[in-house]
Design a protein around this ligand. Sequence first.
Ligand SMILES: Cc1cc2nc3c(=O)[nH]c(=O)nc-3n(C[C@H](O)[C@H](O)[C@H](O)COP(=O)(O)OP(=O)(O)OC[C@H]3O[C@@H](n4cnc5c(N)ncnc54)[C@H](O)[C@@H]3O)c2cc1C
Ligand code: SF4
Length: 328
Amino acid sequence: MLSDAITGFELLQPATVEDAIDLLDRYGREAWVLAGGYDSLDWFKDRVKQPPVVIDLEGVRELRGIRSVGGGIEIGAMTTLTALERSDTLRSRFSLLAEAAANVASPQIRHAASIGGNVAQDTRCWYYRYGVACYRAGGNTCYAAAPEAMNREHAVFGASRCVAVSPSDTAPALVALDAEMVIRNTRGERTIAAADFFMPPSIDIQRMTILEPGDLLTTIRLPETWASADFYFEKVADRQSWDFALASIAAAFRMDGPTIAEARIVGGAVQCVPRRFAGVERMLRGESRTAAIAEQAGTLATRGAEPLGRNEYKVVLVENLVKRAVLG
Ligand SMILES: Cc1cc2nc3c(=O)[nH]c(=O)nc-3n(C[C@H](O)[C@H](O)[C@H](O)COP(=O)(O)OP(=O)(O)OC[C@H]3O[C@@H](n4cnc5c(N)ncnc54)[C@H](O)[C@@H]3O)c2cc1C
Ligand code: SF4
């Protein structure tokens, strides 16, 4: 049946990063980068996106692998989530990211899905995925913000016209670890802090990340800063088998004896970008990880929340996840 068929495209399969960025430059907005395909193929199958050219990174070997560099780590964008989950190097020093990767989807998906695709994936807002002309799709309304709308999975913080959330499980962990994203195009290479990689709708409502046509995410760097810290990751979803997060928490604590010297607390699936709870981080400095301090941190984390018609429960999730992270 034609209605179920993906529309035709020209498939290009570069073998090097150099060739990939040349092709991206040549085809500009017409080109779609394909990694594991778990987000891309959904769009193609629903025929909401119909790119004429697909640039498949499967054969670009230099984009794969996890390497120790100095005190930190470099991860190629095409490295699978399974490789992250199983990496001894990550497990021993940056287990927060290994744990976040292990919480994505199912083992089958993690086996082929890449870390680059995980952070560059689009939002799962039902309306937008269905192909309606909302703000994010270039229209002039948000269907999910209406009082009667299906917005149970949507944002409780920082919305600006669009109330969709970033669905990536690894994104909050990368922000907590002060990761750096290395992006290449034919004009050169630039390095962006993970916190600045994700795009708030107040700046550009039609992009989830800083990536523009022609850009290739090549590497993710984890600096030594948070190596072997005390980590906490938890994801709440409707199903335990595979599901997107309703809310998640990625936290890192640098301890000085019994007190917190420094903390990073980042929430997932509660805002259009990973939400850093900077006020909570400041409050925790110099404190012990007691029940009273955890209570205070949980309450502070929910300040400024603006739940929609059907997602007030997420405010409670945030409060409890932050408390649990502090208690460890
Ligand atoms: C059933 C199902 C369940 C899922 N559950 C989860 C979940 O629990 N948690 C979660 O986080 N995600 C989930 N996902 C979403 C997503 O498919 C995965 O996160 C996966 O990691 C995406 O990676 P990929 O390699 O398949 O990317 P692709 O689908 O190939 O690419 C995703 C996007 O990133 C772009 N891209 C990919 N690599 C690069 C690069 N190197 N440079 C520039 N742009 C790039 C692509 O153009 C595309 O827009 C799920 C998906 C499915 C189908
Ligand atoms: S939440 Fe964003 S993606 Fe969803 S309908 Fe509203 S504008 Fe579109």
